[in-house]
Design a protein around this ligand. Structure first.
Ligand code: NAD
Length: 477
């Protein structure tokens, strides 16, 4: 089982860049070069778009039951290939093999969900004012989609966009992450092997800014979907707006994780520590500001710290490893800078705070206390294993803190009181709120943010809306 040679998939053929340009792909646990990913030229991108136009003409007319069967088959193929797919995901991204396996199987579940949704893409009939008039609302696929996905969940970020687009009848040009090419390749291969016609799904890699500047304004691209940082998301949605392209933006977050005095504190610490350090903290919905009632802070900290200390850092392929490296060197320096900034401004580093070892991009699970509000960690997405602990006493100050930032992606809370849960459901400014358990990101529930965290949903019945136009047709015999 060797790591595949990274390639693009354009017009039904696996290929390198026409000018041969490429960049190295590294294993973040060892820093070894494991391959070279091609970087598309403008003519490669044009070929991909042209293919997606031809692919759209074919796919939009494939009946929904056939689309459904092909997609279900792709999900099955992914399950059959899960061992190999997960292993390559770990090699290129760093997460422990068990997490890579969960991502791979979850990816198959996402395909299944959207396959089913393809069959439920209902329009409607609107009662007319006159008896001989028939008024209909039809949901049509928007057309070729340009999708941009990141490296933290190289399968899952891509599958949500591809599956929703395919279910709606769209074709796709996917610009997948250069850091983790094998995972999106495996995904595309599963769809192609399952019977998605050759030109419907195109996969490119490249210099991200060049690719987005070329694809977004391209007249044949009708829809943009991006997952990544808020800063880049704002640039891309501005460009999309300039060219009147619809867009879905799944951007950064800075999730508050609130533990009230009446909560099951041990359970809260167990679930939140698991969720904080999953994928080494490189998760857009990761809990970030730990807002803990002062009466239970000591108990919470003890439990959380014990869980952090119990993590075994190492190469994700090794037995027993529970936290891998950060996915690339940029994250390592980002962690070092954020910790240095917090320390300088007066924060105490309770555990961690430094690189782990000197080979691979490992960073220690880090807990901070006495973190001042002007520390960068208090307003920038850490996207790594940093956990600032902030005590609170009264509810008004708490809710000001919960909603203080321009982000509004995920929020977590633990409390026994029904009235507190009702208050949170009303007042938390976030696209997703999970109370007393971890319940986000299933294919059948909405997934997306508000405010600077973006717009549009990548889960639930809402997800298909992003890929359809509604057309109103009225007729009389
Ligand atoms: P980054 O902002 O440069 O890149 C984030 C992603 O966007 C990458 O996949 C990258 O290829 C892509 N990208 C960057 N510039 C682009 C452009 N001009 N056009 C199209 N795509 C572009 O930084 P990074 O170092 O890779 O990650 C840093 C930050 O990005 C993280 O701190 C986090 O806030 C955010 N991020 C968010 C998610 C998410 O799931 N929402 C995933 C990855 C990264």
């Amino acid at each position: 089982m060797s790591y595949p040679n990274p390639m693009m998939f354009i017009a039904g053929t696996w290929c390198a860049a026409t000018d041969g340009a490429s960049q190295p792909v590294l294993n973040p646990a060892t820093e070894e070069v494991i391959g070279h990913v091609p970087l598309a030229t403008e003519s490669d991108l044009d070929r991909a778009v042209e293919a997606s136009v031809r692919g759209f003409a074919i796919w939009r007319d494939v009946g929904v039951f056939d689309r459904y069967k092909i997609m279900r088959k792709a999900a099955e193929l992914l399950r059959e290939r899960a061992q190999r797919v997960a292993r390559n995901l770990t090699i290129e991204q760093g997460k422990p093999l068990a997490e890579a396996m969960v991502e791979t199987l979850a990816c198959a579940d996402v395909i299944d969900w959207f396959a089913e949704e393809a069959r439920r893409n209902y329009g409607r009939v609107i009662p007319a004012r006159a008896p001989n008039v028939h008024q209909q609302v039809i949901r049509e696929p928007v057309g070729p989609v340009a999708a941009f996905t990141p490296w933290n969940f190289p399968l899952n970020q891509a599958v949500r966009k591809i599956s929703a687009a395919l279910a709606a009848g769209c074709s796709v040009v996917l610009k997948a992450p250069e850091e983790t090419p094998a995972s999106p390749m495996a995904l595309v291969q599963a769809f192609v092997d399952a019977g998605v016609p050759a030109e419907v799904l195109n996969l490119v890699f490249g210099v991200p800014a060049m690719v987005s500047k070329h694809l977004i304004p391209h007249p044949d691209i009708r829809k943009i979907s991006f997952t990544g940082s808020t800063a880049i998301g704002k640039e891309l949605s501005a460009l999309a707006g300039l060219h009147m392209k619809r867009s879905t933006m799944e951007l950064g977050g800075h999730a508050p994780a609130i533990v009230f005095a009446d909560a099951d504190v041990d359970q809260a610490a167990k679930l939140l520590s698991f969720n904080k350090f999953r994928n080494a903290g490189q998760v857009c919905v990761s809990p970030t500001r730990f807002l803990i009632h002062e009466n239970v802070m000591d108990q919470f900290l003890d439990r959380f710290e014990a869980a952090a200390n119990a993590l075994k850092l190492g190469d994700g392929l090794d037995e027993g490893v529970t936290m891998g490296p950060l996915a690339h060197a940029r994250r390592l320096s980002a962690m070092e800078e954020m910790v240095a900034d917090a320390r300088e401004k007066g924060a105490e580093i309770r555990i961690g705070g430094a690189r782990h070892g000197n080979k691979g991009y490992f960073f220690q699970p880090t807990i901070m206390t006495s973190v001042p509000e002007d520390a960068r960690i208090m307003h920038e997405e850490p996207f790594g294993p940093l956990a600032p602990m902030i005590p609170f006493r009264d509810e008004t100050a708490l809710m000001d803190e919960v909603n203080r930032l321009p982000y509004g992606l995920a929020a977590y809370a633990f409390t026994a009181a029904a009235e507190t849960r009702a208050m949170l459901a009303r007042k938390v400014e976030a696209g997703m709120l999970t109370i007393n358990h971890l319940g986000l990101a299933l294919p059948e529930v909405p997934f997306g943010g508000i405010k600077d965290s973006g717009y549009g949903s990548e889960g639930g019945t809402e997800a298909l809306d992003a890929y359809v136009n509604t057309k109103f047709v009225t007729q009389t015999a």
